[in-house]
Structure formats: C-alpha cells, structure tokens
Design a protein around this ligand. Structure first.
Ligand code: ADP
Ligand code: MG
Length: 695
C-alpha cells in the first residue's frame, strides 16, 4: 500500500478498496458506515488455530455427520470446479486440496466469485470443521487465506478473529477491510488524560492487538474484553461520555432555578406533617434536597432507596416546601393504582390540609377531570398526584415548581420534556424504587445528583425468605394458612404470560392459580387483579384488599410498586424464575411493612442458584448488582431504550470500576481546563454518546 493520504475516522467505509455497493450496503445495514464503525466493531471470538494437521491424518472423531472440532490445514489446489446445484440452483465451488499426505474436498455455496479468485496451484491455509459427505470428508464454507499471493498476509497468525456475520460479506473480506482501514486511518493526538492512559497501548496499537492479535495473546482475556487494549478503547468511550455528562451538569449549574424561600416557620409547619421522626438517612436526603431548592440552581436529583426505606415521606416533605410557599408540586407515578395509593397516604400526612391535594388520572369521568384541571390551573391544588395524564395538553399549572417522578425508568424522555414545558423550569426529583447499581446510575443518570436512603425505618424485621420446588408448594400454602389464621392477609403473585409462550413452556397462568387458590382456601375472600382490568374495576378490587375485606390478593406484577398494606404478612410468588432479582426484591417489599414478622415464598423448579440470592440477602443494592451482572443493563431496566449510552467496547458491568475512574478523571479535567486535543475530540464525537435527557 503506497502513500495514500490518511483518512479521517469519520470517512465512509466506501473509501476502502474492494468495497462494492452490495458489500457496502451489508455494512451499512449493520450500522457500519464509517471507518470508525468498522474498526470499533471488534471480533466476538478468537479461534486458536493451533497446529496444522496433515490432510492424511484427518478423520471424523464422532458419529455425528459434523465433527465438533475445528481444524486448520495447508495445501495446494489440485482441482477446481464450478457448477450449479441441481435442486436449489445454487452456485457451487468445489476445490480438491492436496498436501502430499492426502486430499480434502472444500465446498462453497453461493459464492460464484470464488471460482474467479482461486486457481489450480494456489496454496491455501484453510480453517473450518469437517463434515462427512457422500465423497468422504469435506469442509463446507471454510475460512481461508492465500499463502503466497497478494502479500497482505505474509505469515500465519495463530488467532483467527471471527466477526459477526454481515449478510454476503465473508469474514475474509471483512478482515481485509479492517487491515486496510488500520493502515490508512488517521488517528488524532491522544486526548485521554495521563492518569487513565498510562500503562495502556495507544489507540492504533490497541486496535491492531484486537483485530490481529499476536500469537502470545491470551485468548480468554481477548474474548472477555479484559486486555489492556480493550481497556484503552473502553476508557476512551467512558471518559468521553463522562466529560459530556460533566459539561452538561456544569451547564445546568448555570441555569437559574426557582428559589424556594425557607423560614423557621416553614420548618415548624413541615414538622407538623411528620407522623414519626425521620431516619438519619431521610434527614440527610431531605437536607440535600432543601439545599438544592434554595440554591438558585435547578435541582435534578436521583433519589434512591430500598423498598420501604421511606422515600415517599421525603418526597412529600419536599413538595410541602413548595406548596407551603405558594408553589405547586407534582408527583408523577406509573400506574393508577399507585397514584391512588400515594394520594391516600398524602391525605393522611396532610391531615387538615388534605384539600390542597388533587389527584389526576386518565380514567376519570369528564366532569371530575374538568374540576381537577381547574383546581390545578388555579393553583388551588398545591399537591398534584397523577399518572401520565399529567402530560396531556389540557393540563396547565398555576405555578409548578417541583416535579417528583416515582419509578423514573417507566417514563420516557419525551414525556418528561412535555411536563417540563408546563412550568418555567421546575426542579426535578427522580425517585427510583429499585436500587440501581452505581455504575448504571452514573451511566443512565450521570447528570443527576444523587441522594441515597441506605437505612430502613426502625423496627423492621428481615423478611423470612424461602424457595420451594413446585412439588413442595404445599409448604408455602401452609404458611399462608397460618398467617390468615392470625388475621393477616396474603399476596399471591402470578407471572403475566405472553400468549406466544403458551404451549412452549409449562406455566401456570393466573386463571389456573385462581382456581387453585379457591380450592385450597374455599372460605377466604380472594381478589384478583391484573393489567387488563378497567381502572375502576382494578381500583375497587384493590380497595377491598386494602380495607381488609379480601384476605388474599392474587395479582400479576401490577402490585410490584408502592402498594402499602401493612397487614399483609406473606407473599407467594409462583414461577419465580420468570422474574428479575430486583423485581422479586421489589415484590418482597410489599410485605414486612408492619411490625409483624413477614414471609416471602418463591415457588420455582429452575434457576434456583440465581433465586437463592434473595434468600441470602435483603440488601437491595447487592441484589441489584447481581441482577445487573446476570441480565445486563437493558434487561435490568426491563426496557431496551432506558437511555443507556451505546458504547461499542465499554461494558457497564465489566468496566464499572473503570467508569468511576473515568468519571473522576473527567471532573478533574474539566476543573483544570480541557486540552486542545480533548476539546477537539468532544466537538467531533460527543454526539455519539446519548445522555439521559432529563435536565
Ligand atoms: P418507599 O417509598 O421508600 O418504598 P415508603 O415511603 O412507602 O417507602 O415507606 C414505607 C413505610 O415506612 C411506610 O409505611 C411509612 O409510613 C413508613 N416510614 C417512613 N419513614 C418512616 C420513619 N422515619 N419511621 C418510621 N416509619 C417510617
Ligand atoms: Mg414508594
């Protein structure tokens, strides 16, 4: 390759040689548009080609038609034939490879161009698995390299990188494109701070090490993504991302926020809302919130705490801060059940002032809704609790100063924006009912300040947790019987079953569970709730359980969040394997809300090791971390588009410690002033990293 001008990484891949429209389209379809995309898409596997095998020594090792092992052979083309298969009319390329000890048939389907590039006499290094065909041993669609021709691969590497297959683009072509991109691409001056880059290879070297690993590489580390080369690329992504977050945050600090006035009288009035002394974690969090509200900056705070740690009370106090000083606070919750529940507890806390609270639900009758909207618009309602109905255009606020979002990840970015437009620039408090591991919280909510309730209100007992195999389910029902006999209530949770799963797996659905429960507990009042009920009906059924009229509540995960019935002391979860650990922990938080000892019983015949985590610990943050490790960030949130940045190399689970270091390094870099190389990099690359659009 001669002196071609270096290509910026943002150049289209079509500048590379040998990339016709069909192959370019295949790349494009896979999101590979630029040289950068091509180079940063790393192999997913590295095959150790091991030592070469003489053709005469090849044999099938098993009885299967396909031998499980992969082999590498070296030989010359003795015969070459192009034909079309009779049945499917596919182009068939057949090669007879010979090495002096024996021969081997190689077959390729649908790659007619191979017939043109291969010639009798070419020496090939071939790699693939063996099949037993009609004419003896053969390889179908093997990978190969020319030994002499072209000179681009002059010697044989031990590791063969494998890439995700992209339509008609053979791995060999992909490798060539990568090799060309590596020689021709221009790499900017290093912009990683020294504290991150020391001991790491530079970017170009790192890419070489990963696309064309030297023989002494550690294949496990290559595949696990833990080599220094990976660390270089991951650090770049995480540092650039952190820098973006830090800049955004700095920008927010410059925005003028509504100053909520405070006074000793106000403090006294707020104390009046407290039915019990705050825990020290609640006091600390509330203090952090008050500092934000009075600072003149716009609050954007993530408020995390385990189930039952008392977030709602702190949220109420924060809303009271603005409500008591002439503003309005809105609490946004994901379901109507939860909205009613919050409204009820707000009414309790507010006592005489409960009249200043207004509920707004999508399912309200027209007249009722009109009245609610009027009260919100006039400012008569200073506490507003509602579902996404709050986003609707018809809703106008008198003086919206604080928005509290419960269960943040169920609300999309757009909805938050919609609400933001209803008030000047209100303060945001984002409550997460599921503890989020720190690395993930930083990645998704990097721009948010954080308060954490790491302490439960006093007097809570751990919830006795057990896992029963389906054949021992009777033990769970026995416990339910005991609790009911003492006048307590019980939850039973059934997984919501996707119709596409039916028939595939043996699952007991909610109807079957209802029949079972009515058989076991014929004299008990049972209510059944699930997501397909009309809101009115659902509310009425829940109300009967809350009032203690129904003793057993059979539900899908609609009860996952918030539902507060202190008299319920036992929960049974059927098919526990269908739930994430954090979700189960969240469910567990529905019991143990009173002073009585409570029980959480899972029924499951599989994944016992994973579920055992819940038996072993009650620490929501530890459970969340394990859940994240097992299921990955997207599944952890239960939605793919949770605002996760799309890193190509960095992995939020594997690289969590690195993210924390990058975050600190970014803060330091910003405090010291960015280097020219860093500013330049940000300008070019920042758009690649999506940030949670909250502020
Ligand atoms: P979260 O929203 O964090 O899951 P809640 O705010 O619903 O938790 O509180 C759980 C329960 O604990 C509620 O019944 C609440 O009244 C009670 N609680 C909250 N704070 C305290 C406290 N400081 N002392 C005693 N009980 C508390
Ligand atoms: Mg709550």
């Amino acid at each position: 390759m001669t002196s071609l001008a270096p290509l910026p990484l943002a150049s289209k891949v079509t500048v590379l040689r040998g990339l016709g429209p069909a192959r370019a389209a295949a790349l494009q379809e896979a999101g590979i548009d630029t040289l950068r995309d091509l180079l940063w898409n790393l192999p997913y596997r590295y095959v150790d080609r091991g030592s070469l095998r003489p053709l005469g020594s090849l044999e099938m090792r098993g009885f299967d038609a396909q031998d499980s092992g992969l082999v590498t052979v070296l030989g010359a083309i003795q015969d070459l034939r192009q034909s079309t298969t009779r049945v499917q009319r596919m182009a068939l390329t057949e090669v007879l490879l010979a090495d002096g000890t024996g021969t081997l048939r190689l077959l390729w389907f649908n790659q007619p161009y191979l017939g043109r590039s291969l010639k009798v006499g070419d020496r090939l290094l071939v790699f693939g698995s063996l099949f037993l065909g009609r004419h003896g041993l053969e390889m179908r669609g093997p990978q190969f390299e020319f030994m002499e021709r072209g000179g681009d691969i002059g010697w044989v590497r031990r590791y063969l990188p494998l890439y995700r297959r992209l339509g008609p683009l053979p791995g060999r072509v992909r490798q060539k494109l990568v090799a060309e991109a590596l020689t021709r691409a221009h790499f900017a001056e290093d912009w990683l701070p020294l504290e991150l880059s020391k001991d790491l290879p530079d970017t170009l070297t790192a890419l070489h090490l990963l696309h064309d690993p030297p023989d002494e590489s550690e294949p496990q580390a290559l595949e696990a993504g833990t080599t220094p080369a990976h660390r270089r690329l991951a650090s770049e992504e995480l540092f650039a991302f952190s820098l973006g977050v830090a800049l955004r945050r700095a920008g927010r600090m410059l925005r003028k926020g509504l100053v909520v006035p405070t006074s000793p009288e106000l403090r006294e009035r707020l104390k009046g809302f407290l039915p019990f002394p705050l825990t020290s974690a609640q006091r600390r969090s509330f203090k952090e919130i008050v500092e934000d509200l009075t600072s003149g900056r716009v609050m954007n705070r993530l408020f995390q705490g385990d189930v039952g740690s008392g977030k709602t009370l702190v949220a109420l106090l924060s809303m009271a801060m603005v409500a008591e000083t002439g503003g309005q606070g809105a609490l946004l919750v994901p379901t109507e059940v939860l909205a009613r529940q919050h409204a009820a507890s707000f009414r309790r806390y507010l006592g005489e002032q409960a009249g200043s609270m207004q509920l707004l639900l999508g399912g309200m009758k027209a007249a009722e809704k009109r009245a609610a909207l009027a009260r919100i618009a006039s400012g008569e309602a200073s506490y507003v609790v509602g579902t996404h109905a709050l986003f609707q255009e018809a809703v106008t606020f008198h003086k919206l100063q604080l928005v509290v979002v419960d269960e943040q990840h169920r609300f999309g970015v757009k909805q938050r924006e919609a609400l933001k437009e209803k008030g000047g620039d209100p303060h945001w408090l984002v409550m997460s009912a599921t503890p989020i591991p720190r690395s993930l919280a930083l990645a998704v909510f990097g721009d948010l300040d954080q308060s954490v309730l790491d302490e439960l209100p006093p007097g809570r007992q751990p919830i006795a947790t057990r896992l029963h195999k389906p054949e021992f389910a009777e033990r769970a029902w026995e416990q339910v019987r005991r609790e009911l006999a003492e006048g307590h209530q019980a939850f039973v949770v059934s997984p919501s079953i996707d119709p596409s799963d039916e028939g595939k797996v043996q699952l007991r659905d909610i109807q079957a569970m209802e029949a079972l429960l009515r058989g076991i507990f014929p004299d008990e009042a049972i209510e059944v709730v699930h997501g397909r009920l009309k809101p009115d009906d659902m509310a009425a059924r829940m109300a009967r359980f809350v009032a203690g009229e129904a003793k057993i509540l059979l539900a899908t995960t609609v009860i996952e969040v918030g539902v507060d019935v202190p008299n319920a002391t036992v929960m049974v979860v059927d098919h526990a394997e269908r739930f994430g650990l954090s979700q189960l922990h969240q469910l567990r938080g529905r019991v143990g809300r009173g002073t009585q000892r409570s029980h959480f019983l899972m029924i499951s015949g599989s994944e016992t090791e994973r579920l055992q985590t819940l038996v072993e610990t009650q620490d929501g943050f530890r459970i969340a971390q394990r859940d994240l490790e097992l299921r990955g960030p997207g599944e952890f949130f239960g939605v793919k588009q949770a605002g996760l940045p799309d890193f190509q190399v960095a992995d939020l689970v594997r690289d969590r410690a690195l993210l924390l270091r990058c975050r600190e390094a970014a803060d330091r870099a910003l405090a010291l002033g960015l280097s020219g190389a860093q500013t330049e990099w940000l300008r070019r690359e920042q758009a690649r990293f999506k940030l949670a659009e909250i502020s």
